[in-house]
Each structure stands twice: as structure tokens, then as C-alpha cells.
Ligand binder design. Sequence first.
Ligand code: NAD
Length: 295
Amino acid sequence: MQNLVGKVAVITGAGGGIGAALAHMFAREGMRIVISDVDEQAARSTAADIVAGGSEAISARVDVSRHEDLDALADLAWSRFGSVDILCNNAGIVPSGRYRPIWEFPLEDWRWAFDVNLMGVVHGLRSFIPRMIAQNTEGHVVTTASVAGLVSGSGSAVYSASKHAAVRVTEALYASLQEIGSPIGVTLLCPGLVNTNIYNSERNRPSSLLPEQGIAEETAELQSIADSLYRDAISPDDVANMVLKAVRERRFYLLTSDNFDEPLRERFEAILARRNPQFSKLLDLSKGDIGEKDA
Ligand code: NAD
């Protein structure tokens, strides 16, 4: 998509972080913006900032794990602005206590991560894509997955599994749109580390999904490593600018850094060689391995 002026962007999880940066970036390009977030106050505040900057924006409380909320968001966007040209399925969470063996994660962590990180994307597609196709205009869909959805290993396994699934869903979206000759482009955004509030995702966990044993705490040592990793990471605005370029170029795979290319290559080479995996080069906070610091 080249000309964004006057077009409409809908963004989930836009109360902060990457979603808010996407909203500001598209507003600067002259788009009208529909901000949504499970944190209503945060969504309102992003919209108010955009309006204060002279652009048009509205906000809504949307929990992406509820398909009804995405249907209502689509109704709101079309009734208010008459079209939707860019959809960013961006909302996501990371349950804390992520470095432990796969069999020890509570079921509530699995449910929460898959409800938001996978079903949030699925709900977005179901509520918006048929109507975007019916518009028969150029458009674009951005899924915020993660580099964690491409590489593998023991760390952060629940989050990563949900992101692997989001990657697969987004590849299927791209393939299906190609098959019907749709003018809607797709970008699979796979960030490495970005300086946002993602490490404090527990603030958004629904009370119905609190594990019986309580929320796992990261150790103070891990927390401090993570704090410095995120502080030194690239900014959400940098990511938003990369997304703008990808939308303009109709680029599908968007990795924000090449720091994970080696584990990615190792994984696929092992699969193709029918060799057992090494998973040696992954960011592993539990071992204090910050070798991939700039991801
Ligand atoms: P963030 O926590 O700053 O922003 C996430 C936003 O999503 C918040 O405003 C939060 O309120 C909202 N949200 C949470 N649960 C929601 C729900 N159920 N429904 C609607 N909104 C909800 O973190 P971020 O880094 O900006 O995260 C954006 C996306 O980027 C996520 O999908 C995340 O997995 C992905 N990502 C982030 C990083 C990183 O290092 N920050 C790396 C890779 C991928």
C-alpha cells in the first residue's frame, strides 16, 4: 500500500508499547486510527495523544480473547469510518516464570497465552477479513508474532508455542489471500527484544486464569537481567517505522534484528538434515546468557 492518507487503521493492544507506536506512526501518515486495548484507560490515552497531534482517532476496550469484542470493534470501525484498510493484530502477553521445564507450566498459563496470542489473532481475522475482502480495495494485515515463534528450545515455551501457532495462522492467511487474488497484503512482524512493558504482562492476566499455586515470580537476578535487556533493546518507534516500510513494500516476513538468524538457520538445517537439534544459541535468561543482547 502506498497512499495511506485518509485510510483507516485498526490496532489491538494499542494502549502502549508496539501497538501505540504503530498507531502514532499511521496517524503521522495521515490515517484515521481505531485504538483498542483491554486496558481501557491506556487505549483512551493513546487516542487522546493522537487527537492532540491533530489526527483522528477513537478508542475502545477490547479483550482479544473474546470473539464478541472483535466483532464489536469491526462494527465500530466500519460505522464510524466506513472502511478498514490496515488491521494490526498486535495484542500479546507473556506469563511470568517462563524459564522452567515444559511440564511445570500451569494450565492457566497455557490458556491465557493461547487465548490472547493465538486466538486474539484468529478472532481479528474472522471479524475483519471477510469485510475487508468485500470492500475490494487494497489493504494490509499485520500480525505481531515474535522471533520466539520461529526459533525453539526450552525457554519461554508456553509463550513461544502460542507465537509459533500465530506464525502458522498468518502464513495461512497470506496463502489464502494469494489464492483468491486479493489485493490485501500481509506482514508477519517477528520482533526480537523491544523496549516495552511486555515483561510486566501479568498486569493484564484475568482473575479467572490465576494459577492455584499463584503467579510465578522471576528471581531478582533474572528480573534485573531482563530489565537491562529490555532497556537496551530497540524502541517501539523503530519497529513501527520498519512496519511502515514493510506495508509499503508488501513484505511478508519482518524480523526486526538479525541476531536470531543463527538459531533459526540451525533449527531448519537440523530438520532438513534429520539431525537432533542443539538449541544452543537461544537467548536463555535462566542461564544468564545475554549473548543475544541486541535482539
Ligand atoms: P506491551 O505490554 O507494552 O503492550 C501490549 C499491549 O497489549 C498492552 O497495552 C496490553 O494492555 C494489551 N493487551 C494485553 N492483553 C490484552 C488482551 N487480552 N486484549 C487486548 N489487549 C491486550 O508489550 P509489547 O511489547 O508492545 O507487545 C506487543 C506485541 O509485541 C505482543 O504481541 C508481544 O508478544 C509482541 N512482541 C514483543 C516483544 C518485545 O520484546 N517487547 C518481542 C516480540 C514480540
